[in-house]
Design a protein around this ligand. Structure first.
Ligand SMILES: O=P(O)(O)O[C@@H]1C[C@H](O)[C@@H](CO)O1
Ligand code: GUN
Length: 275
């Protein structure tokens, strides 16, 4: 989406919610439950927003939810877009630019991912320390808009260290096991072969998914602080002697909902109180 389209989408959202959200949330497969906890919510279906795509994947509701969470003004994507749905990365990442345009400063990205690190187990939450873009493309390809960010953005600390340390402290206080690791972004929609999982492990990957990387690249380009949390919804292909399915992904994210909600809500509260 070009900058005018971003501004048009943002002004539509602004017409529905006058206040300025400071924290953006992208809620991955089966993780949309967090948006149901937002108080005084304004809900805007994606199909109402000019130039927005719509969600086509089970476990992705397909609406923006804006309101208050633990005193913080938040805007949540209850359902995200994926490259594998056939959307350009420009469309997939447009909501991040709209959030920036609305005044968001911190983006919390969540996803369901397959565990590559064999010390993980299905149901774990993983703090993303860094990512590997294994999509073979990049959302910034094409003319750069200097109003938004630089041509060659630095990715040395894409996942904000202060936010990561905060998340780890909160997980300890809440006695929630929080793994840490590198998230590999594949295009999907097929899951990996066992050989690909072994290759990604050799490359240093701890978890593999089909999202997050494009949104984080765009968020960093626009100067947002980013925190990423994966729900390890299954062990990646070939680790356990069982096939993978999206049903299993949704089932597991449903099981971890209590800890996921507690952790992310406490992180939002801490960000709000430290601002
Ligand atoms: O949207 P996320 O990345 O959370 O969802 C993952 C990737 C695919 O969309 C889906 C596959 O089961 O889970
Ligand atoms: N690429 C990928 N995405 C996932 N999302 C949830 N589980 C997986 C997985 O095993 N692989």
């Amino acid at each position: 989406m070009n900058y005018d389209a971003i501004k048009e989408a943002a002004s539509y959202v602004k017409s529905k919610y006058e206040d300025t959200p400071k924290i953006g949330l992208i809620l991955g497969s089966g993780l949309g439950v967090l948006a149901d906890e937002i108080e005084n919510p304004v809900k805007i279906p994606y199909n109402e927003i000019p130039n927005f795509p719509v969600s086509t994947v089970e476990g992705h509701a397909g609406q923006l939810v804006i309101g208050t969470l633990k005193e913080a003004k938040v805007i949540a994507m209850q359902g995200r877009f994926h490259f594998y749905e056939g959307y350009s990365l420009d469309k997939v990442t447009a909501p991040v630019r709209v959030m920036k345009e609305l005044g968001v400063e911190t983006l919390i990205v969540t996803n369901a991912a397959g565990g590559i690190n064999e010390s993980f187990e299905a149901g774990d939450l993983m703090l993303i320390t860094d990512h590997i873009n294994n999509m073979g493309t990049n959302p910034l390809i094409g003319p750069n808009n200097a109003n938004i960010g630089v041509r060659f953005p630095d990715m040395s600390e894409s996942y904000n260290r202060k936010l990561r340390d905060m998340a780890k402290n909160i997980a300890n206080e809440l006695n929630i096991k929080l793994q840490e690791g590198v998230y590999v972004g594949n295009t999907g929609p097929s899951y990996e072969t066992p050989a690909e999982v072994r290759a990604l492990r050799t490359l240093g990957g701890d978890a593999v998914g089909m999202s997050t990387v494009p949104e984080v690249i765009i968020a960093r380009h626009a100067g947002l602080n980013v925190l990423g949390i994966s729900c390890i919804s299954n062990m990646a292909a070939g680790i356990l002697d069982q096939p993978l399915s999206h049903d299993e992904v949704i089932e597991t994210t449903d099981k971890v909902r209590v800890n996921f909600l507690k952790l992310v809500k406490s992180i939002v509260e801490k960000i709000q109180s430290s601002n």
